[in-house]
Write a protein that binds this ligand. Structure first.
Ligand code: SF4
Length: 255
């Protein structure tokens, strides 16, 4: 990576912001330099979760049973390769936790009618920040005069939960003109359910947060203070990561 490249942000997505929070260098290699990298276990499991949840909510209500959750997990889990994990134990622990988390969370959702949105990606231009914003709504359920947004993740730290809530509020208010009644994020590895209730201040807080994120994305001099060494052992860019080297400056765009 070039030391201190200038980055101009034209598009912010839930995916590139999540990657940035995990590690700004990983974000840079993936979304700016577009380096090819093998799928990590977290990403692979996230794809499986998305497939299972999406297929489950497409079933008629009377077929949304625990047995069918298991059948769907079985159907998609086979795509996972043992070699993606550091150890067999890690693989089996992940399999047990994700199966348990999906069984618990989906079995309690059997009464929902057809969701309002099911893994639908929306895009908008946010004039305040002069960027395009893109967000995928996993599951949204209409309730009275608003909606509840649900997201099913492998894992998430506090910063990622904060990011997801701000993005959801800004998007809902700006695109649909409605503040979500509730945002629920299920982190399946630890079996936690995180619930947020947006209020009248949430839109402004969300816009301020996204402005801050845009500034951080463009300020590559700060990258060295923000990367997380805990992400390094499983990172596909370990062999090419030159976070401490100093070379020329170039202008790059995130579009
Ligand atoms: S090796 Fe570490 S610092 Fe470099 S991109 Fe990967 S996670 Fe980030």
């Amino acid at each position: 990576m070039i030391k201190y490249p200038q980055v101009s942000v034209r598009t912010m997505t839930d995916q590139n912001l999540t990657d940035f929070i995990r590690c700004p260098y990983k974000f840079y290699y993936t979304h700016i330099e577009k380096k090819k990298h093998p799928l990590g276990w977290r990403q692979a499991i996230q794809h499986i979760i998305n497939k299972v949840v999406s297929s489950y909510f497409q079933l008629p209500k009377n077929q949304r049973t625990p047995a069918n959750v298991l059948q769907l997990i079985d159907q998609y889990w086979g795509r996972l390769e043992l070699g993606m994990f550091d150890t067999k134990l890690q693989y089996y622990m992940a399999a047990a936790a994700i199966t348990d988390g999906l069984m618990t969370n989906l079995s309690s959702e059997s009464d929902i009618a057809q969701p309002l949105f099911l893994y639908e990606k929306f895009k908008m231009n946010l004039k305040e920040l002069d960027v395009d914003l893109s967000l995928t709504f996993d599951v949204a359920e209409w309730q009275q005069d608003s909606f509840i947004v649900k997201k099913f993740l492998v894992d998430a730290d506090v910063q990622m939960l904060e990011l997801y809530c701000h993005l959801t509020v800004v998007f809902s208010e700006k695109v649909f003109g409605i503040r979500p009644a509730r945002i629920e994020v299920m982190t399946l590895i630890d079996g936690e359910k995180h619930v947020f209730n947006p209020d009248t201040d949430s839109l402004e807080a969300g816009l301020n947060y996204l402005q801050l994120m845009k500034n951080l994305l463009e300020d590559t001099q700060q990258f060295s203070d923000m990367y997380n060494v805990n992400e390094c052992p499983a990172c596909p860019f370990q062999g090419v990561c030159d976070r401490d080297e100093k070379i020329e400056t170039k202008h790059k765009f995130l579009s």
